[in-house]
Design a protein around this ligand. Sequence first.
Ligand code: SAM
Length: 191
Amino acid sequence: MNDLRGAVALSHLLLRERVRAGDRVVDATCGNGNDTLLLAKLVGPGGRVWGFDLQERALVATRELLAAEGCLAQAELVRAGHERLGEYVTEPLAAVVFNLGYLPGGDKGVVTRPVTTLRALNAALDLLLPGGILLVAIYTGHDGATEEEKAVLVWGSGLDPKAFSVWTSRQLNRPPTAPYLVLVEKRRNGA
Ligand code: SAM
């Protein structure tokens, strides 16, 4: 069990709680593949994880990681913006993960952006199963991060509470600039 330090650790705890073998799930920002790997392990060979990234470098890293862990068979890695999610995925999803910002150690010019992030979040909500969760790790350090953060918070605040439960989770004993998590659950008995 990992320490609960930071947004990604909390997101992994929630994924372990909710994602089951055989589920369909999406990693909307593969990056170095850490979230994709966890999802691939949780869904197992009978499940499916779609991983999106704009950068070939990210997909190569993710593919290598999954192959090394014997999880590649249940993964479909897509070089496309997550805003095009609906073109690639039509199956109901148990979980969707976003890790905003840039690829650690990569090109800081390739970052998630408010318009495409919102388009992808809406596409993800459309596909989410009742009881399904959408997790967004919000970063504050990249170009345009403040606008993106505001856009996600306004979007989340506007979701109908009869249909969705929306949370933010911050680690209080870290600087206010530390990454934090937004969680959306599609309610099982929602509107
Ligand atoms: N989850 C990753 C991990 O475990 O290493 C970290 C993700 S990193 C913070 C953000 C990633 O989003 C980068 O690899 C970047 O290329 C990707 N990205 C930026 N805009 C994107 C978009 N529109 N669609 C998909 N991926 C995008």
